[in-house]
Design a protein around this ligand. Sequence first.
Ligand code: ZN
Length: 134
Amino acid sequence: MEQIDHIGIAVKNLDVSIPLFEKLLNSPCYKTEFVESEQVYTAFFQIGQSKIELLQNDTADGVIAKFIEKKGEGIHHIAFEVNDIVEEMKRLAGEGFVLLNDTPKLGADNKWVCFLHPKETNGVLIELCQSNKG
Ligand code: ZN
């Protein structure tokens, strides 16, 4: 893995949390995006080489809404940038990690992504991501 690409934070309301994080980070939100594959609204902040991704659902049955219902707002996942996501998925599956999708899917920020089941990673949801350059 290359570096931490971003940290995902589950929030109830982006309209509240975007200005909050702009104040906190002293840096403007540079992009908001609706991610079709996850049905999630996202907002991004660039901090050096890394990013903060705020995540919100507008329906109670969404993954982020369910997460907040169980655990409250807070850190939802850590995303690592990889050079070859297919190779990395093979390697991790071989090491016994449970992948939540069999093939990379198109996630936020025009990246190929795959999630690992948190039960194998000390309760932390891990995302692999690779820039979609093609
Ligand atoms: Zn993410």
